[in-house]
Design a protein around this ligand. Structure first.
Ligand SMILES: C[S@@+](CC[C@H](N)C(=O)[O-])C[C@H]1O[C@@H](n2cnc3c(N)ncnc32)[C@H](O)[C@@H]1O
Length: 307
């Protein structure tokens, strides 16, 4: 089945392009989707930190206010600051690495919509490589999200993520933990407590820009953790997994992970017609559940995807 939207009407908006495989056999499906989401303030007037006193960030945290403050190697990302966080001017904090690692906000919204539409009950999500909170915040903002556990190994990134969740008003829905996510996969415990997780979202490190030089990216080259390690360890917690991966990731390799009858869906997330990466959805996340949602707010968003 092919569903194609007239996305030319909104060229600056992101769109999805997905492929689906069932039990390792290829079935192709194209979905072009444009988003104009109520959560995105990108087209609204920028507000300059109104109503909140600015906190002084610790060393290692950037909150540049003008391009003159930005080091040369990050200058090309400065123009994208509102694509990364629409509330950038409201005192968003970032680490230097997060300028090129954070999931752009519109993609994070689309990922949250897709993942949470797989559930009919309020859902607990683990963001296993949470960075400065780009994905955790958008999961927490979604009405179907009950709670987010955000695990991050870099303590400075955790401080940024906590602060950014306050900027977006969702800190109360997120538990931030500074730990190695593989410890959680093996113990099932956060802060010594057993936690129930419905789905795990993972945006692991890709190992630097070398990935883009491969026509087809071998998922075992993800650094420092090959895909098989992350998949096998995360599967100890749940089979409902989502991975944000390089855009040239080997789809045949991904299809090999499908259990009999399981559908894996890979969705490209694009900005300005260019894919920023693809997300593979496994377990019940691999099936398109767009139309079972009763919540009028979510139903409206899903309708927009399929006009
Ligand atoms: C691509 S970034 C995630 C970006 C995040 N989605 C966002 O929007 O801010 C990957 C993150 O994984 C973290 N990380 C790497 N190894 C980890 C581990 N073993 N446990 C937890 N976090 C880890 C890195 O410090 C980095 O912040």
């Amino acid at each position: 089945m092919k569903r194609v939207r007239e996305w030319e009407e909104a060229p600056a908006e992101p769109f999805e392009h997905s492929y689906t495989g069932i039990g390792g056999h290829a079935e192709s499906q194209d979905v072009l989707t444009s988003y104009s989401d109520q959560h995105s303030d990108r087209n609204r007037k920028r507000r300059k930190g109104k109503g909140r006193a600015r906190q002084q960030p610790q060393d290692g945290i950037t909150n540049y206010h003008s391009v003159d403050e930005v080091p040369p190697r990050l200058k090309k990302y400065w123009d994208q600051r509102y694509e990364l966080f629409s509330k950038y001017d409201e005192d968003v904090w970032m680490t230097e690495n997060s300028w090129f690692e954070v999931t752009p906000e519109s993609a994070a919204i689309a990922m949250a919509n897709r993942l949470l539409s797989s559930f009919s009950e309020p859902t607990v999500v683990l963001d296993a490589f949470a960075g400065v909170g780009g994905n955790s915040i958008q999961f927490a903002m979604h009405p179907m999200c009950k709670h987010v556990y955000a695990i991050e190994i870099d303590p400075i990134a955790v401080e940024c993520a906590k602060h950014n969740a306050q900027v977006y008003g969702v800190a109360h829905k997120i538990t931030f933990t500074n730990m190695d996510t593989f410890e959680f996969f093996n113990s099932g415990k956060i802060n010594g407590e057993d936690v129930h997780i419905d789905a795990i979202f993972m945006s692991p490190p890709w190992g630097g820009p070398q990935y883009s030089s491969h026509d087809v990216f071998d998922l075992e080259r993800l650094k420092p953790y090959p895909f098989s390690k992350i998949y096998n360890e995360a599967s100890k917690i749940t089979s409902n997994l989502a991975f944000f991966l390089p855009r040239t990731s080997d789809l045949n390799q991904l299809a090999d992970y499908a259990m009999p009858g399981e559908r894996i869906t890979a969705v490209h997330y694009c900005l300005g017609y260019r894919s920023k990466g693809l997300c593979s959805y496994h377990g019940i996340l691999g099936t398109d559940h767009s139309y079972h949602v009763d919540d009028p707010d979510i139903a409206l968003r899903e309708d927009r995807q399929t006009l």
